[in-house]
Design a protein around this ligand. Structure first.
Ligand code: SIN
Length: 286
């Protein structure tokens, strides 16, 4: 997918309904196993426009899930997640009835600890609880655009450190959530305000799970401003909340949104399959 494929959104072959004024749209009228070229083009437009798109009743086999992902970009296998048996490309997001914690239970975006953070993540619901287990999303274009001009100007000049060390390194063991221990951890630097590679819009790019500090600032100096941005970025007006059913799909843009997996379904199983597709190095807006 390249910027050249993005045109003003008009939909003749699919239906697109926004979830909220903040972000997200549900797409109907398409079978992801058999999309026409026109439908595929319109699905891409909806993705860029809404930041996260949702589909219902998509009975995909693992092979069809992989095929759909590869239409967007090569698969970027997450090195920390457990994989679905027989499918190293598919990460398993699982909570058993006796489990206490779930994966993704804080606002974040995926893979920002990589030099080339993943474009997006395609989450397919295999087994969802009768109640609870929703996923919330927040719009990082709005998060940036609604800051004061002075704050925007300052942030455009900053970069930040994104680290996988404190999350997946030896001191912070998330093995209870099924994450694999690995020594492939490290720090990378990204601009705090990126020019989105597909839409060309400015977006806030910090990450409550992985950003440790601004480049050239101490952790202590960075904390108050980062926390202010984290609070601001998830104002209800920027968000939407998706209620899952089995065979629903969410595909979110990791450069334009954050997400949060609610942990309110104790005693029930929730099983999701996630494929992450490759992105690119991120460029500063200014
Ligand atoms: C994730 O953070 O990738 C998981 C989201 C979810 O399970 O809803």
């Amino acid at each position: 997918m390249t910027p050249a494929t993005i045109k003003p959104a008009t939909y003749d072959t699919i239906e697109v309904s926004k979830l909220t004024g903040g972000c997200g749209a549900e797409i109907s009228g398409v079978d992801l196993r058999a999309m026409s070229n026109r439908q595929w083009n319109e699905v891409q437009q909806a993705f860029v426009r809404h930041g996260v798109i949702f589909f219902r009743d998509q009975e995909l086999t693992p092979e069809q899930h992989i095929e759909f992902a590869q239409r967007w970009a090569p698969i970027d296998i997450n090195r920390f997640f457990p994989a679905v048996a027989g499918y190293p490309q598919i990460a398993e997001v699982r909570k058993e009835p006796e489990g206490k914690k779930n994966i993704g239970n804080l606002w974040h975006t995926d893979h920002s600890y990589d030099e080339k953070p993943a474009m997006g993540s395609i989450l397919l619901a295999r087994e969802v609880p009768d109640e609870g287990g929703d996923t919330l999303f927040a719009n990082m274009y709005l998060a940036f655009e609604t800051l004061s001009e002075g704050m925007k100007k300052m942030l455009r000049g900053l970069s930040a450190v994104h680290s996988s060390v404190h999350v997946f390194g030896p001191k912070n063991d998330r093995s209870a959530l099924g994450f694999k221990g690995t020594d492939q951890v490290g720090d990378v630097i990204h601009p705090v305000v990126i020019r989105h590679p597909l839409s060309g819009r400015e977006a806030l790019y910090v990450n409550a799970d992985f950003t440790t500090q601004f480049e050239g600032w101490t952790v202590e100096d960075s904390k108050p401003l980062l926390e202010q941005l984290y609070r601001h970025a998830v104002r209800p007006e920027f968000t939407c909340r998706f209620r899952w059913r089995n065979n629903s799909i969410a595909f979110w843009d990791n450069r334009a949104t954050w997400h949060y997996a609610a942990n309110d379904y104790h005693g029930a199983r929730r099983l999701m399959h996630r494929i992450t597709v490759a992105g690119c190095a991120l460029e500063a807006a200014a």
